[in-house]
Design a binder for this molecule. Structure first.
Ligand code: FES
Ligand code: FES
Length: 160
């Protein structure tokens, strides 16, 4: 039996401890906000937080989460109004959207570590989550907006 705290709730899971966390989340718990990209630890799209640290859930066994706190995109905020999610909306970040839960989870970990990140810190952190639609410039703007809300007007002013 694996015990963990998932999005604020205690969970007991009677599953093979070698099962990748991504499969547990999506197939066993119905938390489908975390996406399958490469399945090989390469793209970062499947990022979740383990004890606040971003991990690739496709290559993280369930056993690694035993006794730990796990946060998925569903737990980033209770109402979808995390400051990053609001900034994402204003900056119209997603194109197809497929990578965006991973992008948001990586960005949240970045802001926890660097509350006012530089462009270089943003680029270094976010380069680990691949976006086939090339949304990186908008991601950078949205992270700055979330980090410095008082420095931004309500509307997006820059073109893509
Ligand atoms: S799906 Fe996990 S790193 Fe690509
Ligand atoms: S928004 Fe399409 S892959 Fe990133």
């Amino acid at each position: 039996m694996i015990g963990l705290r998932l999005n604020g709730e205690p969970r007991e899971l009677d599953l093979d401890p070698t099962t990748p966390l991504l499969w547990v989340l999506r197939d066993h718990l119905g938390l489908i906000g975390t996406k399958y990209g490469c399945g090989m630890g390469e793209c970062g799209i499947c990022l979740v937080h383990l004890e606040g640290v971003p991990v690739k859930s496709c290559v993280t066994p369930l056993s690694a989460a035993h006794g730990k706190v796990v946060t998925t995109i569903e737990g980033l905020s209770r109402d979808g109004r995390h400051r990053l999610q609001l900034a994402w909306i204003i900056e119209e970040v997603p194109h197809c959207g497929y990578c965006q839960s991973g992008q948001l989870m990586r960005a949240a970990a970045l802001l926890a570590e660097h509350p006012r990140p530089t462009d270089a810190q943003i680029d270094a952190a976010m380069s680990g989550v691949l976006c086939r639609c090339g949304s990186y410039k908008r991601i950078r703007r949205a992270i700055h907006r979330a980090a410095n809300p008082e420095a931004h007007t309500a509307a997006r002013t820059e073109p893509y």
